[in-house]
Every structure is written in C-alpha cells, then in structure tokens.
Design a protein around this ligand. Structure first.
Ligand code: 5AD
Ligand code: SF4
Length: 475
C-alpha cells in the first residue's frame, strides 16, 4: 500500500461541507476524541472503526486537539522513518498533556503491537497502547486509563474482522470510501513487519461487506475501495454443509452488481494470488476500475527469492502480460524496494529493466529499512550502504517519473468517463476527478452543471507527470 501520510482525521470535506459537524458533536457528546492516522489505507479504515466504537462509548470526534479529552494516534511500523514521524508527533501531544492533566493519549495500530509494554517505558506520558485487533476493548481501556492506570491490549486475534461495526466516515469527501474486507497477512515477505503487527490473515463475512457497500451507495458514495493486505486471497466459507464459499472474484462481482454507477476498486494484490477469474470479472463489469496495484518489490529473481516473494522476474512479467492481454486498458502500479540485503548493481539494473518492461503508470518507491524481528533482520545483513540505497532509489524514482509522463502522454486525445471528487486543489474553477485507471484528471468546470459525485466525459488535452488535463465533452 501507500507511503506514509499524515491525516488530521477531520470531519470536513474538501469543499467545506461538514459530515459530523463539530458544533453538533459538542451538543451530543460531552467528551471528544482527536485521531490522527499514519501509514497504509488499512490504518485509515481502522480509524473509522475506532471512531464508531468511541461514539458508542460517548466520545464525539473533534478536529481540534486543544478541545480533545482523548488523543489517539494510529501508527505505522512499515519503515523506521514512519516510526520516527509518530514519535515526533507524540512530542507535541505530550506537551498538550503537560498543560491539561486529564488528557489521555493513546497509541493504536502497528507500533503499539510491535513495541507493546516497551512503549509505556519509552514514552511515559502515553496512557493507552492498543493493537489492531483490540479496538473493541477501547471503552474499558479508556476507563482504566482515566482511573490512573496504564492500559494495554495488544492481543492479536484469528477471528476479529470488526464485521458488525459500521465505520464512522472521517476525513471523507462523501464520494469515496474504503471498505476493509480482510485483516492480517500470511505471506511472510522477509522484509515485512506486517504479519507480526497485524497477525494472521482472516476474511470478513461477505454479507456484512455487501451491506456496508450498499449503505454507502445509498448515502451518495460512488466509489468503494475494497481493502486488505492481500485481497486476492480473500476466502469465506458461507456454508460448511453445502460447501458454498466466496472467493475474491465472487465478492468483487457482488459488489459491482450493487449499482452500475458505483465504482469498485481494490488494493493490494499479491502477484501470486491474482487469478484469471479476478481478471475476467474485472473485464465483465464496466464499474470495476481497470487498475491493479501489483507490488513487484524487486526485478531480480535472486533478490525476490531472498524476499520470499514466491515468484521470479519472468513469472511476474508473464502475469503483467496476462493482465494486458485480458484488460488492454488496465493501469498498473507497483511498490519497489531499493537496496535490499545483498543487492548488487546487477540486481538493481534488473529492477530498472522490469520497470521499463512493465511500464508502470506509477509506483510507490522505498529504500530498504530493516525491521526488528522480520526474517530478513534475523537471517540477512543489511549490507547495502545508505548512500548506495539512496542513489539506487533516486534512479528508480527518476525512471518512474519518465514512465509516468510517457504513460500520461499516451492518454492525450483519449476520452475518459471520470468521477468528480471535488474542486481541483490549485484552481476552484476546475474539477478534480479520477479515471478508471486511477489517474487524476483535472478539467475546467466551464458552465456545465456538474457537481461532486457526478460522472463526466473528459477528453485529455495535455498532461504533467502526475495529472491529466482535459476538457468536458458533452454528447
Ligand atoms: N523497508 C522498505 N519498504 C518496505 N515495505 C515493506 N516493508 C519494508 C521495509 N522493511 C514496502 C513494500 C510494501 C509496501 C507497503 O511497503 O514495498 O509493498
Ligand atoms: Fe508485508 Fe508481504 Fe504481507 Fe504485503 S504481502 S503485508 S509486503 S508480508
């Protein structure tokens, strides 16, 4: 999933409409929580589950830290830098607590799970430490913490999917929503801390997923992203007796059938698990977006083996060819790691050449950061000097910049049906939208009566590396 982001989990959307107005919240709730999320989209989705649990316990959301009785930070451990950012943020919150003694500070998510009690030893002003599978216990933990005890629950579960909890949409534009369909990961990529912080993989009951999606559609949402660490291995046995079950392809199809004007996306796909069945399903429904995030991590078969990715360079490229054969207009993006243990120049060249070969529309690119407890940390030496990691990463980034620009240039002259997400950040006289391939499309509003959440046909006239620039076509 994506690089670390900061989100002041706000209740205001880009156009200033308020979904859970702070003023209204003040009247309903006596106590307030402020939450910030870091890391992948799963964390953002989890914060919405947390918000729902907290509302049930009498805490309303606030966007104002000073007003909060409880400050929560939903953390990420994927790279060391992500953890450093969280620690810096905690310093600010701790200074608020020095001024307001009753303020409670809680650490949620992957860092809570990874560091457990150590967190409380290291960060004395933190009151709660709650792992990703323990959010239901938040109300009782808050009570404990308010009574002056340190409250910790970092138990991982084999069953918890929060299936019955209706997330409270935070920081929402009212158009796009994330729906979590599974939790955890069984893959054990050697560099990755996620299997340790989020536990074993488990799939959520499909009926609760479909109900959540239907409700979102009825409430005006027009784009749903089905989320999981590895969505293609989604599997849910609905009846043992009749041995009926849902695979990811089956689930995707049912979500797509909710309404033709509900766009469906998903993330993330492990190349080893995405099946032809999923690709055929994507091809059969116009409203399933033609975009696949397919992390490659490295282009060298030797490094891929050390990473425990279970595919070779050739196998991955054949998968991309298969996608292109079945879905010729599909956007493809990747995650790429530079400077994994033992990586030589020749391996790095393999990464650059696989990028050229696959022509990624965009990528999320990182240099390797050793994570304590992972297989790589235990078995291999983090032996690529930092300077070399950074240089290789720069080469990867500049190649991707060229590939993105080339990809966007190929779209000039094409017409896309796009979903309007809101005003363009740079120009309120223009709309920001997204096409099926997940590219941002910006175009002047002119005098057309479009609004956020509408679909428009836009012909691409120009582009930058990150944006397509178009013009509305009225048929
Ligand atoms: N160092 C650098 N990048 C990592 N990722 C996961 N673990 C690490 C690590 N230890 C990247 C992978 C993954 C994405 C979510 O983060 O590319 O797909
Ligand atoms: Fe980490 Fe690999 Fe699981 Fe992704 S598939 S979360 S990289 S272990």
């Amino acid at each position: 999933m994506e690089e670390l982001r900061l989100n002041n989990t706000l209740v205001e959307d880009q156009q200033g409409e308020i979904y859970a107005p702070a003023e209204q919240s003040k009247k309903i709730f006596k106590q307030h929580f402020y939450i910030e999320s870091y890391g992948c989209q799963m964390n953002f989705a989890d914060s919405e589950v947390v918000a729902s649990i907290l509302q049930g316990a009498g805490f309303g959301p606030t966007i104002n830290q000073e007003e909060a009785d409880l400050i929560l930070i939903n953390t990420c451990s994927i790279r060391e830098k992500a953890e450093q950012t969280v620690r810096k943020r905690l310093t600010t919150f701790k200074s608020l607590k020095r001024r307001k003694k009753s303020l409670l500070i809680g650490v949620l998510g992957c860092m809570a799970e990874r560091l457990k009690l150590k967190f409380l030893e290291e960060e004395k002003l933190v009151d709660l430490v709650v792992g990703p599978d323990a959010y239901r216990s938040l109300p009782s933990l808050i009570e404990e913490a308010a009574g002056g005890q340190k409250a910790v629950n970092v138990l991982l579960s084999r069953e918890e999917t929060y299936a019955d909890i209706a997330p409270v949409r935070l920081d929402s534009n009212g158009i796009s929503a994330f729906v979590s369909i599974m939790r955890g990961c069984n893959n054990m990529c050697s560099f990755c801390v996620v299997p340790f912080t989020r536990g074993r993989e488990r799939s959520r009951d499909p009926f609760s997923i479909l109900q959540e999606c239907r409700e979102l559609y009825e409430n005006g949402y027009r784009e749903i992203t089905l989320l999981g660490q590895n969505v293609d291995s989604y599997y849910f046995a609905t009846s043992q007796e009749t041995s009926t079950s849902f695979t990811f392809a089956g689930l995707l199809e049912q979500v797509a059938k909710i309404a033709p004007d509900l766009l469906v996306r998903f993330s993330t796909s492990h190349p080893k698990d995405i099946t032809d069945e999923v690709l055929f399903t994507m091809a059969s429904y116009e409203n399933i977006c033609k975009y696949i995030h397919l992390p490659v991590q490295s282009g060298s078969s030797r490094i891929l083996q050390l990473m425990n990715r279970t595919y070779t360079r050739e196998w991955y490229m054949a998968k991309v060819d298969r996608i292109r054969a079945l879905l010729p207009d599909c956007g493809i993006s990747a995650d790429i790691i530079a400077g994994f243990c033992t990586e030589e120049e020749i391996d790095h060249q393999d990464t650059l050449s696989i990028m050229e070969n696959c022509k990624y529309d965009f990528s999320y690119m990182f240099f390797y950061s050793e994570r304590p407890g992972t297989l790589a940390a235990r078995r291999y030496t983090d032996d690529v000097p930092e300077g070399i990691k950074k240089r290789r990463l720069e080469e990867i980034v500049s190649l991707q910049n060229r590939l993105s620009l080339e990809s966007n240039k190929r779209d000039i002259g094409k017409t896309f049906k796009v979903l309007i997400e809101g005003d363009s950040k740079k120009d309120s006289a223009a709309w920001k939208a997204r096409n099926s391939q997940n590219k941002v499309v910006v175009f002047p509003k002119e005098n057309h009566a479009y609004k956020k959440g509408d679909f428009a046909n836009v012909t691409i006239m120009d582009c930058t590396q990150g944006t397509l620039k178009g013009k509305i076509i009225v048929h």
